[in-house]
Write a protein of this length. Structure first.
Length: 318
């Protein structure tokens, strides 16, 4: 499906109750991909605002008691309207307030998608946990593939799509499981890439509420980061990268998304394929050389960026 083309035709309105650290970047990312953002956490209007929107994005990055009440009010209104509802449990496990708020949100509101790092998702599954502030712990990142079966079961239990972000992203609805390796380490130097992803998830899922659409959103964000990093010149840093990333979202097409999507994600996109934990781990550990070889063989369309032509995870000077 041409997700980006359809998204830009629909121009979904996404109501965001998000954190004040990244609110501007979330709005610009939604605009860049083709949606329309609205930011409101005033409790006297959030239900009405949600009712006229296509999707609701709840991000707990900067919690306070007033905002928590607004999240519940908006979430219930979104469920009543049968609108897309997304949860970003930023820092769940870091404090009791964050962890307990997430538990109560999950008990009272149905979320179509939940996006977090592995430590945050583990906290939601166990009801308790520990994170490095808003970042995943190193130990959790190392062992993330060992939890795939548990994450799939959790997605089935909640009837939701779970997105686990990290060096490798996992996207599952409990049946299919995608492994996505788009993105680059430079993205971790920007505050808010995860928050931006939550916002554009609302856009993609409005077009089609499916694990495939969620995977497309994740890949689009990773590809935008790769393109942004490829444009950095000497003396430029994370502030410039943020701008390049949002520009890449603005200029992204379905053709570019398909051509630059990581091949591990494509390998796992077959709906007939059922993967166990061991099979997924084996896929991760054994396909890297195979993927590299395939990329060298395949004649994919190149995308011109300035004076460069970008191929899947490879640049060629012209």
């Amino acid at each position: 499906m041409n997700y980006i083309k359809k998204l830009r035709e629909v121009k979904p309105l996404v109501h965001n109750i998000t954190n004040y650290v990244t609110v501007n970047d979330v709005a610009n990312a939604i605009l860049a991909i083709g949606g329309s953002p609205i930011m409101s956490d005033e409790i006297t209007e959030v239900a009405q605002m949600t009712s006229i929107s296509n999707a609701l994005n709840i991000n707990i990055g900067t919690l306070n008691q007033v905002k928590i009440a607004s999240m519940f009010e908006a979430g219930k209104a979104s469920n009543t309207c049968k609108h897309i509802t997304v949860l970003d449990p930023v820092g769940a496990g870091a404090t009791d307030l964050r962890t307990n708020t997430c538990k109560e949100l999950l008990e009272q509101i149905h979320f179509d998608a939940i996006k977090g790092n592995i430590s945050e998702i583990k906290t939601l599954m166990a009801g308790t946990g520990h994170t490095k502030g808003v970042d995943a712990s190193v130990e959790d990142q190392k062992n993330s593939h060992d939890l795939i079966d548990d994450i799939k079961a959790f997605a089935k239990e909640l009837n939701t799509i779970i997105i686990v972000t990290g060096p490798v992203d996992y996207v599952t609805d409990g049946n299919k499981c995608y492994m996505i390796k788009n993105g680059c380490k430079e993205m971790s130097a920007i505050t808010g890439t995860g928050c931006m992803l939550s916002g554009i998830l609302g856009c993609f899922l409005t077009v089609e509420n499916s694990v495939d659409s969620a995977a497309a959103a994740v890949m689009s964000m990773g590809i935008a980061g790769e393109i942004g990093a490829s444009k950095l010149k000497e003396g430029e840093g994370n502030a410039t990268l943020r701008t390049y990333l949002i520009d890449a979202l603005f200029n992204m097409s379905d053709e570019e998304l398909e051509a630059l999507a990581d091949l591990i994600a494509a390998k796992l996109s077959n709906p007939k394929m059922t993967l166990t934990t061991d099979e997924v781990a084996e896929q991760l550990n054994t396909t890297r050389n195979y993927v590299s070889e395939l990329r060298n063989r395949r004649k994919l369309k190149a995308f011109k960026i300035g004076k460069r032509y970008l191929y899947p995870r490879k640049e060629v000077e012209r």
